[in-house]
Design a protein around this ligand. Structure first.
Ligand SMILES: Nc1ncnc2c1ncn2[C@@H]1O[C@H](COP(=O)(O)OP(=O)(O)OP(=O)(O)O)[C@@H](O)[C@H]1O
Length: 313
């Protein structure tokens, strides 16, 4: 969200759509939301239950057209999705800029699969870290880099450390200079991809998951992986302050509608928290991406923990 060097808040906003493979039964269930890929980047959502021969409904079509920067069909590999959405951000993060990648969508559509993936098909987290370490190795002649990462979840507006879940709920604090800190969060420094995958998979198991009608293991929280790259010049006389670039990779909680998941009681309360924070996130992105960014519009970061966390550093 932020360019540390005073440039526009949102330098680049890329919106990509991934369609996950579905089996026949699911296609019937989700009949009203089947996406038909047209050309490269346009998606038409239509209601297949609508009968084109029904004269009474002839002019009442609910067909909607959306344009995306990228559309991936059900055969797209993890690597293709990573290369087209996240790989290009790495150079910027190493140079001291901040960037954020979100997986957003209804429950069971493949957000965790896309972000975390599996040992055999690693997702965006691991592919990004692998490339980040390679880039650092190639450019570290004059600069000392330190990479650290933390992994947390925001559940019902409470923050938990997924790398140390026994530490309870953590406080989000803002110092007088506007820096956001999470007190007591575990920060891990390692460049071993296998070790990272192990840590993240273990952390992901600690996420608040509950069965809903739409997904047996539905993630009910936002999971935030933060990778911090600190750089300092090797030359001692150079008094330049250390630069810090941050990359947030976020697996959002499902954006389902209560009616679709048949949630009641606790589940419904969770759903309300999820929807409120997703709305706050959408409002911030809209305000930031409008012409003039923060200078022209008030951006209400304070509406949710997620947007407070992503606020400028
Ligand atoms: N592109 C894909 N190829 C193969 N399997 C996939 C793909 N996308 C998702 N799946 C499978 O679909 C199931 C649901 O995916 P996943 O758990 O990632 O959904 P989700 O969007 O994170 O759901 P929730 O919001 O409820 O946590 C998982 O078993 C996952 O392995």
């Amino acid at each position: 969200m932020k360019d540390q060097r005073g440039g526009p808040r949102v330098q680049q906003l890329t919106v990509a759509l991934r369609i996950r493979p579905m089996n026949e039964a699911e296609i019937d269930d989700e009949a009203s939301f089947i996406a038909h890929k047209l050309g490269k980047q346009m998606v038409v959502l239509m209601d297949p239950t609508e009968d084109p021969d029904d004269i009474l409904r002839a002019n009442r079509t609910r067909e909607k057209t959306f344009v995306f920067d990228m559309v991936f069909d059900a055969k797209a590999t993890q690597e293709e999705v990573y290369v087209s959405t996240t790989k290009t951000l790495i150079d910027g993060v190493i140079a001291g800029y901040n960037a954020t990648v979100f997986a957003y969508g209804p429950t069971g559509t493949g957000k965790t699969y896309t972000m975390l993936g599996m040992d055999s098909e690693p997702g965006i987290y691991i592919q990004t870290l692998n490339d980040l370490f390679k880039c650092i190795e190639a450019t570290s002649d004059n600069v000392i880099y330190t990479v650290s990462m933390s992994y947390l979840e925001i559940y019902n507006e409470l923050i938990r450390d997924l790398l140390n879940p026994t530490s309870g709920y953590l406080e989000l604090r803002e110092d007088s200079r506007g820096n956001i800190q999470i007190t007591g969060i575990t920060e891990v420094s390692t460049n071993n991809a296998l070790e990272i995958m192990h840590l993240l998979t273990k952390g992901n198991k600690q996420r608040t998951q509950e069965p809903t009608a739409a997904n047996k293991t539905s993630s009910r929280s936002h999971a935030v992986l933060q990778v911090k790259v600190k750089q300092k010049c090797r030359v001692k006389e150079n008094n330049e302050e250390a630069r810090v670039g941050r990359l947030f990779m976020i697996d959002l909680a499902g954006s389902e509608r209560a009616s679709q998941t048949q949630n009641k009681g606790k589940r419904m309360k969770e759903g309300a928290h999820i929807n409120r924070s997703l709305l706050a996130l959408g409002n911030c992105i809209t305000a930031l991406s409008e012409k003039g960014g923060i200078r022209a519009h008030f951006v209400n970061f304070r509406d949710s923990k997620l947007t407070r966390l992503l606020k400028v550093y």
